[in-house]
Design a protein around this ligand. Structure first.
Ligand code: C2E
Ligand code: CA
Ligand code: CA
Length: 390
């Protein structure tokens, strides 16, 4: 713990600006110093806050944000830049994605009073404990995820999908889990955003698919249900996706019809010709294509009707809750009516209560997924669970 004045380092190549920041920080009560370049691997001593200029001749602010994250010093960041608000916003997002404690930003040129006020607020913030999601022990960096993919630590958890009419298990969704050697089993919220940001999402998706195929390969063909995996917009712009997938299934001796791919509505706007090409070829090969999170995107019925989709998943956020049943029921019913227009089977997500299941029955929604039937399960647990029901 630092008991004296909090320590601040200004990294800015403009000496006049650096001096103004140092002076203001000293007035606020920081112990401050300035430099035009810094190496976090060799920098000694405790540092509470770094005030970082984005645009510098040597290592720029973005590189320093990355270095700071890797150094795991727990130092908070305040950004300054003459490059405009948009750049500052993006850099701020980057700092947060790295798990850094982001404290705000200021556009150059700035007035003493404005900076004084901002730094005073930051000083107050620093005296409070950091919020838990970005605390040092929770922080995951991208190289850790990269090696996790190589070491096959990404696997699938299986959540059942049942027939509303009969209660029978008709399919299961494979959801990504990271079996982390130290942190335990991590849910997608902890690593999917990181994977998306650093171009690793495809590798995660293929890892989950591979785990799903492995499950099917190791199972008695009479005791399996079709499995669905989540793919991203980017995967669908890869024209070799259908062949790669079919090749993988073929070498495992698994039927193409046992795999469905879930694709979110909002992601389909990317590169329509390639996406359509991939979708059609997947369907020709017998792979199912499910529209995920239906209701959250902007597609018109016309657009949806033209896509080679085999089922629609109604987004979890529309599932009516006891707390505002009447109002949310009307909205949900509207969504079901829209989906019915497209003439495809519907899967409702997030079913937690018998009342919700009864409502689905009345509305004629065919399939349901949710905690009422089963939570996502590791492969062995799912196999036993399924055996007791098939
Ligand atoms: P999703 O595809 O909409 O998946 C459904 C999420 O809802 C899952 O969370 C599931 O555990 C949760 N869920 C299921 N039933 C219930 C319920 O009755 N109540 C509530 N409150 N939640 C329920 P999970 O596993 O944390 O996954 C979250 C999201 O992460 C997924 O949403 C999907 O968008 C993404 N994701 C998961 N696996 C992958 C993957 O392999 N690749 C990609 N690209 N995204 C993935
Ligand atoms: Ca999904
Ligand atoms: Ca969904």
């Amino acid at each position: 713990m630092n008991h004296g004045a909090p320590c601040l380092l200004v990294v800015d190549d403009d000496p006049a600006v650096a001096e103004l920041i140092c002076m203001t920080a000293a007035d606020v009560g920081f112990s401050s110093s300035a430099t035009d370049s810094v190496d976090f691997t060799t920098l000694g001593g405790h540092l509470d806050l770094i005030v970082l200029d984005l645009h510098m001749p040597g290592k720029d602010g973005v590189e320093l944000i990355r270095d700071l994250a890797l150094s795991r010093r727990g130092t908070a960041v305040f950004l300054v830049s003459g490059l405009g608000q948009r750049m500052l916003d993006t850099a701020a997002e980057l700092a947060v994605a790295h798990g850094l404690r982001y404290m705000g930003a200021m556009r150059k040129p700035f007035a003493y009073e404005d900076l004084f006020e901002s730094l005073l607020t930051v000083k107050g913030e620093l005296s409070r404990p950091p919020p838990s999601p970005s605390s040092a022990s929770d922080y995951i960096d991208v190289s850790e995820l990269e090696s996790a993919i190589e070491r096959l630590e990404i696997e699938a958890a299986f959540q059942p999908i049942v027939s509303v009419a009969t209660g029978q298990v008709v399919a299961a969704e494979c959801l990504a889990r990271w079996r982390h050697p130290k942190r335990g089993l991590l849910v997608p919220g902890r690593f999917i955003p990181l994977a998306e940001r650093y171009g690793l999402i495809s590798e995660v998706n293929w890892a989950v698919l591979s785990s799903a195929v492995g499950y099917l390969q190791a199972s008695d063909p009479k005791r399996v249900v079709p499995l669905s995996v989540n793919f991203s917009a980017h995967d669908f712009t890869e024209l070799e996706l259908p062949d790669r997938l079919a090749g993988m299934l073929d070498s495992a001796g698994v039927q193409n019809e046992l795999i469905n791919i879930e694709l979110t509505e909002s992601s389909m706007i990317h590169d329509m010709p390639r996406t359509l090409d991939t979708m059609i070829r997947l369907r020709i090969k017998g792979v199912g294509l499910w529209l995920d999170d239906f209701g959250t995107g902007y597609s018109s019925m016309e657009q949806l009707r033209r896509l080679p989709i085999s089922a629609m998943k109604l987004d979890i956020s529309f599932m009516p809750k006891d707390s505002n049943w009447a109002a949310s029921l009307a909205l949900f019913q509207g969504l079901v009516d829209m989906a019915r227009n497209v003439n495809l089977p519907m899967i409702a997500e997030g079913v937690e209560t018998p009342r919700q299941l009864e409502m689905l029955r009345e509305l004629g929604c065919e399939r349901a997924q949710g905690y009422l039937f089963g939570r996502p399960m590791p492969p062995d647990v799912f196999r036993q669970w399924l055996d007791s029901r098939l």
